[in-house]
Design a protein around this ligand. Sequence first.
Ligand code: M6R
Length: 366
Amino acid sequence: EKGGYEHFMLKEIFEQPRSILDSMRGRLELEAAHLNMGGVRAYERKFVNADRIIIVACGTSWHAGLVAEYLLEDLARIPVEVEYASEFRYRNPVITERDIVIAISQSGETADTLAAIELAKSRGATIFGICNVVGSSIARATDAGAYTHAGPEIGVASTKAFTAQVTVLTLLAMIVGHKRGTLTDSKLRELMVELSNIPAKVEKALLLNDQIERISETFKDVPNFLYLGRGYNFPVALEGALKLKEISYIHAEGYPAAEMKHGPIALIDENMPVVVIATKDSSYEKVVSNIQEVKARKGRIIAVVTEGDTTIPDMAEFTIEVPATSEVLMPLVSVVPLQLLSYHIAVMRGCNVDQPRNLAKSVTVE
Ligand code: M6R
């Protein structure tokens, strides 16, 4: 059942080219230059006229929600708020009928997310669900939705469900942006082509596995890790840190790289590994300065860069090269080496990768 892999988590990481493709199958039609999501069609007007989109989720699904905030604001120009379901539901939030609430959940059974939906529903919002498990409680509680087609995810650490969520949210932002006229025909076309190339790029990123296993050897005994990223790679930094802590039990924190100077920089010394996601995008130069700041304090830099980068390899202790893609799609590629890094470190520490201590695959208690 593990298909020759030692753990479900590794199998699921390697399934991503396929699960991403499955999540866009029938939805992205390149030839016809057409995007099509059944669940969105009936609510198209709602989306186009929405005052605001509120995203509720927990854990990794919340990180996918953060990526969606960048996507929906960038491509569709709708204000977005991303909320931890557990906070949202107890906060007496302001919700109106012109709001759309997007609930994201792999399992579709997360108690806090379900309760957040019920609350938003009682206040008249339209609820759109993005779930992986067909017929799950959240899928049933929503007005409309789109399934991710990641297939069953067994490892407690979410990997392929995350990239499937981001894929579906990208399609959603493209559809809504195009309908609203904020995403031009040519830009839409360009993104469609680039999105259809993502499975092959993820396949390429998976070739980094051996290199990352070697890097993991160097860091397997450290007590702390910092993850930094900006823009679309900020949620990826959070996700990398969560993956590491939940399966290797190493304390890790993710930060927007620019926030470092407001506190976390005090943690940096020659013992602190800092994973910096520094792909070529609109914040590249700024991230390079952040790397310099870490280096000046002797932090140990592991940089995820775009293939062919000639600047960062001179500054970092380890450089991991991922294929170039559009800035808005980069999380789908840049998260892959971080998943592999956490996996190998956890295995080397003798941890139970698929079933980490204190955690369950679906959190049905609040
Ligand atoms: O099933 P859900 O997507 O609603 O689960 C949400 C979180 O419990 C989940 O993402 C959790 O954080 C994972 N273990 C992360 O890898």
